[in-house]
Design a protein around this ligand. Structure first.
Ligand code: HEM
Length: 398
């Protein structure tokens, strides 16, 4: 049994705020699988190598159902309502995912690029017209994906303080089960109200399409509301953290930032986004699963009912796949990263996240070429207490 990882997962700051904890690196060097003891005394498998993470995430004998015995819950006190299909297995998972997946195809999302560009340009206009320094999270990183997902879903952006506050509570790790449940309840009630509105007055948005399935009896109203909660949270929290943390990483790597600033070749920009996803791993706390049957892998047997955690931060720093893995190198081919997961639960919104990040990064540094940090790295508050990694604030100037 390996050492107790009390703070597992996610305390990064030991050496560099962008790197996985050193303890994870040491475990990876020892081999693909280790048993670890969590705070609640359970001992799931920790899977640290890229190949084994992908093999297990793609294995139909592995379950994402959080209610199965043995599933390694995120915190011992985890609470909260059901987050729709992300925590379900097929065929239920596939049935629900199918309802919305057409909205997230590469082709469909490309049609949104001009609107996303306009959102980004307008926010940068406001930024340039406002005072300095400014918090980039508040003024840019959070509004970009929030405006985009509101537009796509048909959620009023005017309610952004309400849904951002509640989703922040849901994805925090050190929140009491009661507070998390209450936040989930408020968001679910809000989405239920919106689904009700779309049932009577449908518009040209995704929530109206979801509501139409309630009318035909293909979805229950509560399934529709929960799906709305999932899409709203997943649609803005993740991308917002990538925009802010990516900007910080680039400001700390000026040579790399210059590549993006000075060259708007779409191929370079697309590759840079993949590398930033690989390097930063904002969903660092790991994919969590439980074995439904005995699974033989890497010379070990994971028994039915045993949990497993696959931290993508260490998977994406596997030197067998990414040479010099701790280097941020925007020109490398990083497309095999697992920052969007792998297998049937691979991120539904990844085409949208990619376009948002491509537009945000390439426009921000080109339009504000002198963008700089307005504080010391040591003073930046990192999200060590969240299920999604990032920064709470990023004071910048130009
Ligand atoms: C940079 C931004 C993003 C990152 C890093 C990210 C990461 C991930 C990861 C790692 C998973 C897999 C979860 C698992 O296997 O347990 C996932 C699933 C998911 N993501 Fe994202 N995501 C991002 C943006 C988005 C956006 C913009 C949306 C849009 C609504 C979205 C919607 C979803 C949904 C619905 C799932 C569940 C898929 C399923 O279970 O079938 N994500 N995401």
């Amino acid at each position: 049994m390996s050492e107790t990882l009390r703070e597992f997962p996610g305390v990064r700051a030991a050496r560099c705020p962008f790197d996985p904890p050193p303890a994870l690196r040491a475990l990876q060097e020892d081999g693909p699988l280790a048993r670890v003891r969590l705070e609640d005394g359970t001992t799931p498998w920790l899977v640290t190598t890229h190949a084994e993470q992908r093999a297990l995430l793609g294995d139909p004998r592995v379950s994402a159902d959080v209610t199965r015995p043995g599933y390694p819950v995120q915190t011992p006190k985890a609470g909260g309502g059901s987050l729709s299909f992300i925590l379900m297995d097929d065929p239920e998972h596939a049935r629900l995912r199918r309802v919305v997946q057409g909205a997230f195809t590469v082709r469909r999302v490309e049609t949104m690029r001009p609107a996303i560009q306009k959102i980004v340009d307008d926010l940068i206009d406001d930024l340039l017209a406002g005072p300095r320094p400014v918090d980039l999270v508040e003024a840019f990183a959070l509004p970009v994906p929030s405006l985009v997902i509101c537009e796509l879903l048909g959620v009023p952006y005017a309610d952004h303080d309400f849904f951002q506050d509640n989703s922040k509570t849901i994805i925090k790790r050190d929140v009491s089960p009661d507070d998390r449940m209450a936040a989930f309840g408020r968001l679910a009630a809000y989405l239920d109200g919106l689904v009700g509105d779309k049932l009577t007055g449908p518009a040209d948005d995704l929530l109206s399409k979801v509501a139409a399935k309630v009318k035909t009896g293909e979805l229950t109203r509560s399934e529709a509301a929960q799906m709305g909660v999932l899409l709203l949270i997943a649609g803005h929290e993740t991308t917002a953290n990538m925009i802010a943390l990516g900007t910080l990483a680039l400001l700390r790597h000026p040579g790399q930032l210059a590549l993006l600033r000075d060259d708007d070749d779409p191929k370079l920009v697309a590759g840079a986004v993949e590398e930033l996803l690989r390097y930063l791993n904002i969903t660092h706390s790991g994919r969590r699963r439980v074995a439904m049957e005995d699974i033989e892998i890497a010379g070990q047997v994971i028994r039915a009912g045993e949990g497993m955690i696959m931290p993508n931060d260490i998977g994406n720093r596997d030197p067998a796949v990414f040479p010099e893995p701790d280097e941020l190198d925007l020109r490398r081919d990083a497309r095999r990263h697992v920052a969007f997961g792998f297998g049937v639960h691979q991120c539904l919104g990844q085409p949208l996240a990619r376009v948002e990040l491509q537009v945000a990064y390439s426009t921000l540094y080109r339009r504000i070429p002198t963008l700089a940090l307005a504080t010391d790295l040591e003073k930046i508050p990192f999200k060590h207490d969240g299920q999604v990694y990032g920064v709470y604030e990023l004071p910048v100037t130009w």
